[in-house]
Design a protein around this ligand. Structure first.
Ligand code: PLP
Length: 416
């Protein structure tokens, strides 16, 4: 199956009993059994079955199977949010005294988790420029349990070379987690490039309508876990082989933390997956049109988009992302005051902190999701006082350009 067909049909047949074509919503807390012996064997993992929806639910299972198939992994786990998925993953692999290596340009929420919350538990992260695979090589030591990078840094829009980074992590036999939220499986299948674990915030493109919060982890099933580095997973490896990480994540840490996805949100994400290919293709195309138009506009100081030939990540993106460049772009407008005036002059484009919605969204990172970062951290994240991030939706490009033009024109009047 090709990609768009896979989105519709992979691990997604009509319900065997009723013929339902959309995933039924199993809105239940727990599952009844006829005998104590049956429940005992399900609890012991000796018989298949569901016991309690924090541990598993058929609506979630269907979504997990679809995501594993679409990402070309062996297994997936969905969770209450992207952050819940990431937290559970890290706590599965790391304990006090362990280290991680992460990109300086990662999402602000991830940065806060790594740099603040997890340091309290002696899980420390070394931040490095993900474009410099030698720096990653240098940062990995015997305590490192995970390397974390994003396919497109946000809002820096840098494009790490995933195969290059995977060569480094493979050499050290350390797991590589790739957060592919900004690219979705439409642009890249990170596992094919050497990722061991793929993360998605399903709150973004996967659900697509800005309708719910959710997250997912996909296990490639390729990583060889039994080594001194992952001593903690030795027991799981004995039982589950290459799926040791997923087994530990699902039946231990995720279960204990309790960040489970609601069946209704799993349903919404499943609906979103059906249309992912057409949405993302169109959003990328509109972003490309906007970037090309806006970089000719003298009223804008700088347009940053990996699809522009002069973007430093252009060639890597072209090679890695199936001739598409994502639907995020950033503009620099010269000052915070001008950036705010621009945002306030927009009529159709909405001001809010999200991305991957069918609506086009705009935000000023420095005063919102990056407000806790100090000036040096912001510099490394590529965030300046005059930066605006746009997440392109499904409106017509002409209307978006008209909205931007109108706002820029109003700004000149206001300032003159
Ligand atoms: C939004 C986002 C997250 C966190 O996901 P939530 O669903 O908001 O918890 C993680 N990584 C990236 C790249 C994101 O954009």
């Amino acid at each position: 199956m090709r990609f768009a067909t896979k989105l519709i049909h992979s691990a997604n047949p009509p319900d065997a009993g009723t013929g339902d074509t959309t995933t039924p919503i199993h809105q239940t807390t727990a599952y009844a059994y006829d005998s104590a012996a049956e429940l005992e064997s399900v609890f012991a993992g000796k018989a298949p079955g569901y016991v309690y929806s924090r541990l598993g639910n058929p609506t979630l299972t269907r979504l997990e199977q679809r995501l594993a198939a679409i990402e070309e992994g062996q297994a997936a786990l969905v969770s209450a949010s992207g952050m819940a998925a990431l937290t559970a993953t890290i706590l599965t692999l790391c304990q006090a005294g362990d280290e991680m290596v992460a990109a300086t340009s990662i999402f602000g929420g991830t940065y806060s988790l790594l740099n603040r919350t997890l340091r309290r538990y002696q899980i420390n992260t070394v931040f490095v420029d993900p474009l410099n695979s030698e720096a990653i090589d240098d940062a990995v030591n015997e305590k490192t349990k995970l390397v974390i990078v994003e396919t497109i840094g946000n809002p820096k829009l840098d494009v790490p070379d995933l195969a290059d980074i995977a060569a480094v992590t493979r050499r050290h036999q350390v797991a590589l987690l790739v957060d592919s939220t900004a690219t979705t499986p439409c642009l890249v299948r990170p596992i094919a490039l050497g990722a061991d674990i793929v993360l998605h915030s399903a709150s973004k493109y996967l659900s697509g309508n800005g309708s719910c919060i959710g997250g997912a982890i996909i296990d490639s099933g390729n990583f060889s876990w039994p080594s001194e580095r992952y001593e903690e997973l030795r027991k799981e490896f004995g039982k589950f082989g290459k799926l040791a990480f997923m087994a530990a994540l699902r039946s231990w840490i995720h279960r204990d933390i309790g960040g489970c996805l609601s069946p209704f949100n799993a349903f919404l994400i499943s609906l979103g997956l059906d249309t992912l290919a057409v949405r993302v293709r169109q959003q990328c195309e509109t972003a490309r049109i906007l970037a090309a138009e806006l970089c000719r506009d003298k009223r804008i100081c700088e347009v940053n988009y990996p699809g522009l030939p002069e973007h430093p990540g252009h060639l890597t993106a072209r090679r890695q992302f199936n001739q598409q460049f994502g639907a995020l772009l950033t503009l620099r407008l010269g000052s915070k005051q001008r950036a705010f005036k621009f945002l306030d002059g927009l009529q159709q484009i909405l001001q809010l902190t999200n991305l991957g919605d069918v609506r086009t969204l705009a935000i000023h990172p420095a005063s919102t999701f990056a407000r806790d970062a100090d000036p040096e951290e912001r510099r490394q994240m590529g965030i300046t006082e005059d930066l605006i991030r746009l997440s392109i939706g499904l409106e017509d490009a002409e209307d978006l350009l008209a909205d931007i033009d109108r706002s820029l024109a109003g700004m000149r009047n206001a300032l003159s």
